[in-house]
Design a protein around this ligand. Sequence first.
Ligand code: ADP
Length: 285
Amino acid sequence: MLEVRNVRHVYPNGYQALSDVSLTIEDGEVAAIIGRSGAGKSTLLRCINGMERAASGSIRIDGVDVVGAHGEALRQIQTKVGFIWQEYNLVERLSVMNNVLSGRLGHRQDLGSALFHFDRFDREVAVHSLERVNMLHRAQFRADRLSGGEKQRVSIARTLAQRPRVILADEPVASLDPELSEQVISDLVHAARDEGVPTLINLHDVELAVQFCDRICAIAQGVVVYDGPPSGLTDEVLNRTYRFDREWKSYTRGIIEEASAMVAAAYVRADSLERDAELVRGARP
Ligand code: ADP
C-alpha cells in the first residue's frame, strides 16, 4: 500500500510545487494523476521514489517511510519502486532479455549480476515479466530494433522483473500514437492489477485515464482538487483542474481577436485612402 500524507515540496529556489498532498493507493489499485503542465505531477512521483525529498509530510510504502530515509535505507526503498519513464530508458545495444534482467540488479549484491550472470530464478522472473506484456517473442532482439510501443512494453517488463511494491509511470505514452498508447496503458494496468501493486500513472490524456484507471487524482497548482472514481470527473472538476490553462487560452484568444480586428480596420482605412486618392487623381484635368 502507498500512503502519501500532507506532503509539501519546495524546490531550492523557494518554489512550492506541492502544498498539502494526501492520497492512499491500495495494492493492485491503479490511479491516474491528471493536471495541466506544471501542476506538480512529476514532482509528486519524484518525491514518492525519493529522488526529491518532501519538505514535510510522510510517504509510506508498505508502512516504510520514504521522507526520513537516507543512504542505504533509501536505496533499499528505491529497489521497491518501479519507475517507468516517457523515454523508456532501455540500454539500446543490449538484448530485450538483458534489459529486463537489469530490473533484477537491485535484488543482487554479487558481481555476477553486474556481469549479467543471472541465476535461474532471475531468468524465470524475466521470462514471466516479458510474457505479461506479450514480448517474449522479442527476447533476443536488440532493444534498438524495437518500435516505440515495444520499447515501452519492455520497460514495463523490466519494472515488473524488479518485483516492485509500487509502480510509478511518468507520461509513459506521451511519445506514442493513440492506438499504441491504449495497448501500452492496458498492458500496464492489467499487469499492475494482477501483480497486486499500487500504481500511479501521470497521464496527460484524460480519456485514457478514464478508460483504464480505477481512480483519478487531479492536481492543480500543487493541490489535489479531485480524488475519486473516473465517473466523478465532471465538467466542474475538469474546469477546476485545467482552469489556469483555460483562463490563459481565453486571454490569448482575446488578444489575437483584438489584433485581428486592428489589422482589419487598418486594411479598411488603407482601402478608403486609396479610393480617396483615386478620386483626387480622377478630378485632375
Ligand atoms: P508537471 O509534472 O505537472 O508538469 P512538475 O512537477 O514537473 O509539473 O513541476 C511543478 C512545478 O515545479 C512547475 O512550476 C515547475 O516549473 C517547477 N519545478 C520543477 N522542477 C523544478 C526545479 N528543479 N526547480 C524549481 N522549480 C521546479
